[in-house]
Structure formats: C-alpha cells, structure tokens
Design a protein around this ligand. Structure first.
Ligand code: ADP
Ligand code: MG
Length: 612
C-alpha cells in the first residue's frame, strides 16, 4: 500500500485531479443509478394500464421522506398519471430518463478525462524522475547492473505501472462509490432481499483472494525475466558482428529463447490465475441472482403482506445485474494491482538508488587549474580486490605524463580517479593543493577532455557529435576543432558534410574517423587537462598516424595524461610512470628509464622484437 501511495504522489498536485474527479464521478454515478431506479415508475405506470385500464390509479401514498427515492418517484408518476393521463406520464418518465442518462454520461466523460490526465501526468513525472536519477548515478553502479534491466525498468515497468496502478485508481475511487450507491438503492427497495444476497459476497471474496495470492511474486519474477530479455537483445544487437563472425547465432538465439520461454511461462501461469478470477466471480454472481429470484419471488407472492411489487422487483434485478460490474472490476483490479505494485517497486528502487559519489555540501566550483594534480598514497580496488596500492605522484601543469605497464596493472583505473568517476579507498587526489572532493564534480570534469579507446558516439549528425552538449558552438568553432583533429577533410567528403548522420555508435565511419571525431569533441571543449586512454590502440597503422598527429595537436600547450599501448608514441613525454600490479615500479623520462634497465626497458624490447 505504501508503494501504491508513493506512486500516486508522482501525480502532484493530486488535488488538482482528485477533487474534480470525485465530484464528476459522484454526479455521474448518482444519475447513472437513478436511470435504473426510474425503471420502477415506468413499469408501475405501464402495469397500471394493464391492471386498471379505465379507472385512474389509486390515490398514491405520499412518501415519508424524499430519501425514499422509489416511493417519491412512484408518487410523482402516479400523481402525474391521474392528472394528465398515461400517455403524457409515459412521455415525461421517458424525458426524465433520457435527461438523467445524458447527465450521467456527460459527467462520466468528464471524470474519465480527468483520470486520464492524472494518469498521463503521473507517468510523465515518474519517467522523468527515473531517467534523471539513472543519469545521476555514478559509474560504479553501471558496472554492476545489467543495462537491459535498467532499460526495462524505465520503459516497460513504468508502462505496467500505468496500466495497473493508475488503472486501479479509477476502481478505487469510482467502483466502491458505484457499489455503495447501488447497494443503497437495493436496500431502499428491499433490505431483506439485499441482506440475503450479501451473504454470498464474503464467500466470493475468499475464493478470489485464494486465486490471486501468488500473483505479486510471479509479477516480480516476470519483470526480472523481461529485463534479462532486454539485456540479451541489447547485447545481441550491439555485438551482432561478432556473433555472426563466430557463428554464435544459435547460441545467442538459444539464450534469448530460453529467457523468452521462461517469461512466457510465468505470464501464462499469471494469466491463468487472473482469468480464473473472472469466471469464479461471474458464477458467484449468477448464484446470487438465482437466489434472489427465488427468494424475491416468495416475497412477491407472499400471501399475507406483499413486501415487494413486481415492478420494484424488476428494478431490483436490473440494479442488481449492474452491481456485478463494479464488483467484478474491483476483484479484477486486485489481481492486476499486484503486477503494478511489483513493477512500481522496481521503478521506485531505481529512483531511490542514490549515487555513492556526490558533491560535498560545501563543495565549490574550481575555476582554474594553476599548478598540479597530485596523487597522495591513493589506494583503490573493485569490490574486495585492491587494484591500486598506495600510489603517489604528481602531474605538473603543462607537462605530459604517460602511464605504462602490463595490461591489468591499473592504468585506466588510475585515470578514472582524476575526473572522480571512482573514489579512493584511502589517500587523496589533489588539485592545486586541495582535495578534489572540495570541488564540485561538474567543475572538475569541466577542466578535462577525455578520449578513450572505445569511441563513444551518438546516432546524430557529425556536427552535433562534435558540439556534444555545447549548445552555443558555432559552425566555425566546430570546423576549427575538426581541423585540429585532422577530421575536416573526411567530414567534407561525407554526403552531407557536417550534417551527415553517422548511425548507431558511429557505425558509418571507420575506426580512425570515429576516433578523430572524438578528438575534435575534446578539442572543442578546450580543457586545460587531457586524459587519453589508449586512444590509438584500436587503429591500424595508417589511421593511427593521422590520429596521433591529431593527438599531438591536441596536447600542445596542455597538461596531459596518456596511456598508450605503443610505447614509441610516448617517448617524448615529460614523465613516464611504470605501473605493475597497482604499484609504481619506476618513474622517469624515456632516457632515464632505458638506462635503469628495468621493467620499462623490458617492455620496450618486447615491442621492438615483436616488430611494431
Ligand atoms: P589497465 O588499464 O592497466 O589495463 P585496469 O585499470 O583497466 O588496467 O584494470 C586493473 C584491474 O582492475 C584489472 O585486474 C581489472 O580486472 C580490474 N577491473 C577493472 N575495472 C573493473 C571493474 N569495473 N570492476 C571490477 N574489476 C575491475
Ligand atoms: Mg586500460
């Protein structure tokens, strides 16, 4: 229930919808019930014709109170009948029925419109919160979660919330109200009959609760399975080349198929339960009607005092047949609400996940990088395993620092500490003598441009990929950046120049072209500090040269931290740091390190021998 109300709280301000909704519904329900109640005077009038064709009906009994709707209406109908005749009375009764139907339906429309607005508004807010929150989470979160699971939470789970949680809103406000109005009517006609028929309700309720019991757990399972399926789909689509190259399609198909089957199994079993609830309540309904017809019949044909006249009895049955609809809607929404609550919990969980790396409350923006970045005794690891062990060094402003060492030594991890993608277990990363945590993350990241081995591009135009997030970038600036990145020529040669769309992740470009666009993107930001992680390692020799030229342009007059697999490219670095298994084993310039005859020299020799 708590989940339910939290989900509703996304409809803020709820009063804007709830108050008109309740008002409209109330009017529509009251007039809707009245329609049926009007059947009684209609029939009395008609039956009156059959019973006494010539004489006017008996003088009607004045009702005790206006609350006794039936007596009141019978009274007026009969009075009218005695004054203007049957023909006219019939006409009037019909006019009243038609107007009441009209009013009821107009307000029904208004109330449904309000509800629809509320639903749309809730989902708008829910989707926005969940997406915004996902974007605020730190990178570590994404390392540990399945992407598809997040995707299914934002898309299909929110949709499920729409169908069941906000769907049941209608039921929660409206149907009990309808039910109550009907019940009052029924009591007014005959309390005996109504009490009798209500005996069946607890039995039906018990049966249905038995049926829907396990639904919530199954719903959770089904959402998780669906998330897996989306993950597989996502992986399969992004890895389609490799899948085909390795002839792994059967394996991938199989994996998807298994999950698909599991999902269908759960859905089938859930559907079975949900479907069962409806015939059961239907049967219970018929049982009640049968009982009522029998018992009501004895009330009409009662010898001593007739407790019910036939017209009332027919109106009673008419209303009673209507009562099944809200009752069924309530029982059905109980079964569908489980699925919605389960989905809602998943969505709320994601909304409640807080990033572990946040700005300190008193963090201030850093405006300028003046002196140096310093690592002091930094220790860091993933989960339990230590990856960096008491690392200390500094990156002076204007210098280039290269990180080298065997793969898995912790170079990329070390680099991730600078933009604060991750946080040290102990030790400090300092900028100009201040712990990086004293500054806001955004301002620290503003100082840096990052180029990785994986070129992250978006399915958009080349211009937008270079300007990325910088809405004020002009054509001249973008072109200047592209020139520095050696990208201008090939961009001009493309079909639509800077307005060419590059496909998902930039598939329409070659590796070297993608990389140069990434470099242009970094250049445009013009940050004082560049972080390059194996920016050329994915490239062939020819495009590597082009990219390397671009990188050299980029690093001019800038502080840079470079990780390069090809050691020849970092020989001119001001400082080379050799990392092995999370420790710094050597530091110095190329010449110094060669002279030391240590790990660096061994790495250089290995590369020279392998012929690169
Ligand atoms: P390098 O860049 O020097 O090749 P990395 O910094 O990428 O090395 O990785 C260092 C170690 O940390 C490796 O043993 C790797 O398995 C581990 N590692 C890297 N990223 C993660 C991660 N997200 N979760 C767990 N372990 C990781
Ligand atoms: Mg790496």
């Amino acid at each position: 229930m708590k989940t339910y109300f939290r989900l509703l709280s996304f409809a803020k301000p709820i009063g804007r919808y709830a108050i008109p909704y309740i008002l409209f519904t109330l009017i529509s329900v009251v007039f809707g019930t009245l329609n049926l109640a009007l059947v009684a005077p209609l029939l009395t009038t008609l039956f009156g014709i059959n019973q006494n064709p010539n004489c006017p009906p008996e003088p009607p009994v004045k009702p005790d109170s206006y609350f006794d709707v039936f007596k009141t209406m019978n009274y007026y109908a009969a009075e009218l009948n005695s004054k203007v005749g049957i023909q006219q009375t019939l006409l009037w009764v019909c006019v009243v029925i038609v107007s009441s139907v009209l009013i009821s339906n107009i307000f029904k429309y208004l109330s449904e419109k309000t509800m629809e607005n509320l639903r749309i508004h809730t989902l708008l807010n829910l989707r926005k919160s969940v997406f915004n929150n996902v974007m605020n989470l730190d990178l570590a979160y994404f390392n540990n979660e399945r992407k598809g699971d997040i995707m299914s939470k934002v898309s299909s789970d929110v949709q499920t919330v729409q169908f069941s949680v906000t769907g049941t809103l209608q039921v929660i406000f409206k149907e009990p109200l309808t039910l109550l109005t009907y019940l009052i009517m029924l009591f007014l006609i005959s309390y005996k009959l109504t009490l009798f028929s209500m005996l069946v309700i607890p039995v039906a309720g018990w049966l249905i609760s038995k049926i829907v019991k396990r639904l919530k757990q199954q719903a959770t399972e089904s959402h998780e399975t669906y998330g897996n399926m989306i993950s597989y789909l996502d992986e399969a689509l992004s890895g389609i080349r490799i899948i085909k190259a390795f002839n792994a399609t059967p394996y991938i198909k199989n994996r998807f198929d298994n999950e698909n089957k599991r999902y269908s199994g759960i859905i089938r079993s859930m559907a079975k339960r949900i479907q069962l609830a409806s015939p059961v309540s239907e049967f219970m309904g018929v049982l009640m009607v049968a009982g009522i017809v029998y018992y009501g019949g004895t009330l009409i044909t009662g010898k001593q005092n007739q407790e019910l006249n036939p017209a009332e009895f027919i109106a009673y049955i008419a209303i009673f047949s209507q009562i099944m609809r809200p009752a069924k809607a309530i029982s059905q929404s109980f079964s569908s609400i489980h699925s919605g609550i389960a989905a809602g919990e998943r969505v709320l969980n994601l909304i409640d996940t807080k990033p572990t790396i946040v700005n300190a409350p008193d963090a201030k923006p850093i405006t300028e990088f003046k002196d140096q970045i310093e690592f002091r005794d930094v220790t860091f690891g993933y989960q339990e395993r230590t990856v960096l062990d008491r690392v200390s060094f500094s990156i002076p402003k204007g210098k280039s620092v290269a990180l080298v060492g065997p793969s898995g030594g912790g170079k990329s991890t070390l680099m991730d500490l600078i933009p604060r993608f991750i946080e040290p277990w102990s030790g400090e990363v300092r900028i100009d003598g201040h712990n990086i945590k004293e500054y806001t993350m955004e301002s620290v990241r503003d100082l840096m441009g990052i180029v990785n081995q994986d070129t992250i591009l978006f399915n958009d135009t080349i211009f937008n990929n270079i300007a990325f997030g910088n809405l004020s970038a002009t054509q001249e600036e973008v072109e200047a950046a592209a020139r520095i990145a050696n990208a201008h020529e090939f961009i001009l040669a493309a079909d639509n120049g800077y307005q060419t769309r590059i496909g998902d992740r930039g598939v329409k470009l070659s590796g070297g072209q993608r990389q140069r666009i990434c470099i242009a993107r970094a250049v445009l930001r013009n940050p004082p500090l560049m972080l390059l992680d194996e920016a050329t390692s994915a490239l062939d020799t020819e495009s590597e040269r082009l990219v390397q030229d671009a990188l050299n342009n980029l690093m001019k007059n800038r502080t840079s931290v470079i990780i390069a697999h090809r050691l020849s490219t970092i020989q001119s670095a001001d400082l080379i740091i050799v990392l092995e298994q999370g420790r710094i084993v050597e530091t110095g310039t190329h010449i110094e390190l060669l002279a030391r005859n240590g790990l660096y020299r061994k790495l250089i020799e290995m590369q020279t021998f392998s012929g690169s």
